[in-house]
Design a protein around this ligand. Structure first.
Ligand code: FES
Ligand SMILES: [Fe+2]
Length: 410
C-alpha cells in the first residue's frame, strides 16, 4: 500500500466504528506502526529488581530490534542495541542471564557493560577502537521502572512523565520488587489487543472475577478509565465521598486525561474499590505490606496509562503492571508484572496466588477473546462495526492512532 492509498484509507475511517480490516492484518501498516507509534514512545520494559546484581541482564525484543538491558559493576543500568560493531551479529543470544563482559560469539570482539569496546583482535593499522562502542538506546529509570525509547530524537522524559508522576510516586515502586512475571502471548494485532483493554463493555460477560472486586457502576463509567463509559450519578457520588475521606488521609486523589491531541496518550486516576474491598484479591482483605506513602489502607485503586503500551493498576499493597509488545502483525506479547514492597516475604507477608489471581485469570480470558476477535477480523466478511456507549476509550485510542499515522506519512 503506498502512502496516498493509506492516507485515503485513514480518511475513510468512520467515527464510532471499528477500523477497517487492513489496520489489523496488513504487514506494511504494522511496519509503519512500529516505526511511527511504538518507536516514539517511552515504554517501560521491566523493573530494576529484575536485574539486581552486577552483570544481570535481559533482552527486550521488538521487530528487528533487540535491546540489552544490563547492570554494571557501579550499579548503573544501561541499554544497548544488541548489534556487534564488527559485522553486526547479535551479542547476547539468551533472553536473560548474567555477563561480566559482553563478548560477541562470532569473532569475539568484547565490550564493557557500559557499552565501551574492550577488545578487537588482529585489526588493521589505523583501527581506532574507541570509535566502535555499542550503540546506546535511550533509557530512563523512573521509580524503578526501566523505560526505553527507540527514537533517534526522543521526547523529553520529564515532560512525558509529569502528569502521571504523582500517581506513580505515591505507590513507592522504587522500593518494590517483582513478586511474579508472566507472559501471555496473544495471537492478535496489537491494536485489537489494546482495543480490548480500552473498553469494559466486555467485562460483564467475560470477567466475573474482575466484576467481583469492582463496583458495577465503576465498571460502567470508569472500567476502562475515566470517561470511557456513560457517566454514572451513583459512582460520581461514591467517588466524591471517597475523595473527601482520602484527602484527609493526605493521599493522592484526582484524575488526568489528555485534553488535546499530542504525542502522548496518558491517563491516571484514583477511584474507590467496591464496598468492603481493600484490593483486587478474591477476599478483598489486606494481603501484603503497604507500599509507598500509604500509612493506612484507603480502599483506593490507582489506574495509570503512560502510553498505549503500558498500564499500571495499583492497589495499596501490590501493583499489577502491563506491557503490550507488538511482536508482529498478528502477534502481541502481553507481559504482566506484579510488584510488592521489597521487604514483603512470600508465604509470610503475601500469598502469590491471591495477588496474581484476578489479573491472571482476566488476562487469560482477554487472550482468548482477542484471538477469537482476530480470527473473525481476518474473514472476508468483516467490516467495521458500530461502537457502544461503553467503548469511548477505544474510540479515543483509535482517533489518536489514526492522527499519528496520518501525520507520520504526510
Ligand atoms: S560480528 Fe561480532 S565480533 Fe565479528
Ligand atoms: Fe478484558
Amino acid at each position: 500500500m503506498n502512502n496516498s492509498d493509506l492516507k485515503n484509507l485513514i480518511k475513510k475511517q468512520k467515527p464510532n466504528y471499528t477500523l477497517d480490516q487492513a489496520f489489523y492484518v496488513d504487514n506494511d501498516i504494522f511496519e509503519l506502526d512500529i516505526k511511527n507509534i511504538f518507536s516514539k514512545q517511552w515504554v517501560f520494559v521491566g523493573h530494576s529488581s529484575r536485574i539486581p546484581n552486577f552483570g544481570d541482564y535481559f533482552l527486550f525484543n521488538i521487530g528487528n530490534e533487540s535491546i540489552i538491558i544490563i547492570r554494571d559493576e557501579k550499579n548503573t543500568i544501561h541499554a544497548h542495541y544488541n548489534v556487534c560493531r564488527h559485522r553486526g551479529s547479535h551479542i547476547c543470544l539468551e533472553n536473560e542471564g548474567n555477563k561480566k563482559l559482553l563478548t560477541c560469539p562470532y569473532h569475539a570482539w568484547s565490550y564493557n557493560l557500559d557499552g565501551s569496546i574492550k577488545s578487537a583482535r588482529l585489526m588493521n593499522e589505523g583501527f581506532n577502537k574507541e570509535d566502535w562502542n555499542l550503540h546506546k538506546c535511550n533509557l530512563k529509570i523512573f521509580e524503578g521502572l526501566i523505560f526505553i525509547n527507540l527514537s533517534e530524537n526522543p521526547n523529553n522524559f520529564d515532560e512525558f512523565i509529569s502528569p502521571t508522576r504523582k500517581f506513580i510516586e505515591f505507590h513507592g515502586l522504587a522500593e518494590a520488587k517483582i513478586a511474579h512475571r508472566e507472559l501471555y502471548p496473544t495471537e492478535g494485532n496489537w491494536k485489537l489487543t489494546l482495543d480490548n483493554f480500552h473498553e469494559c463493555y466486555h467485562c460483564q460477560p467475560s470477567h466475573p472475577e474482575y466484576c467481583s472486586v469492582h463496583d458495577k457502576d465503576y465498571i460502567l463509567a470508569y472500567g476502562a478509565g475515566s470517561n470511557t463509559g456513560p457517566s454514572s450519578k451513583k459512582f460520581n457520588k461514591m467517588l466524591e465521598n471517597w475523595n473527601l475521606e482520602v484527602k484527609k488521609m493526605g493521599h493522592v486523589t484526582g484524575e488526568y486525561t489528555e485534553t488535546e491531541f499530542n504525542d502522548y496518550s496518558r491517563s491516571a486516576e484514583r477511584t474507590p474499590l467496591k464496598e468492603g474491598k481493600y484490593n483486587e484479591t478474591k477476599s478483598g482483605k489486606p494481603i501484603s505490606k503497604l507500599m509507598g506513602k500509604f500509612k493506612n489502607y484507603d480502599r483506593g485503586y490507582t489506574s495509570v496509562g503512560t502510553s498505549p503500551f503500558n498500564s499500571l493498576l495499583m492497589c495499596n499493597d501490590f501493583a499489577t503492571l502491563f506491557t503490550f509488545i507488538p511482536v508482529s502483525t498478528l502477534h502481541t506479547q502481553v507481559e504482566l508484572m506484579w510488584l510488592v514492597h521489597k521487604d514483603a516475604k512470600e508465604g509470610k507477608d503475601y500469598d502469590l496466588e491471591e495477588i496474581k489471581w484476578m489479573w491472571d485469570v482476566t488476562t487469560i480470558a482477554d487472550k482468548r477473546i482477542i484471538e477469537d476477535n482476530q480470527k473473525g477480523v481476518l474473514s472476508k466478511k468483516y467490516v467495521p462495526g458500530p461502537l457502544s456507549k461503553m467503548e469511548k476509550g477505544l474510540e479515543k485510542f483509535k482517533t489518536w492512532y489514526l492522527k499519528h499515522l496520518d501525520i507520520a506519512i504526510s
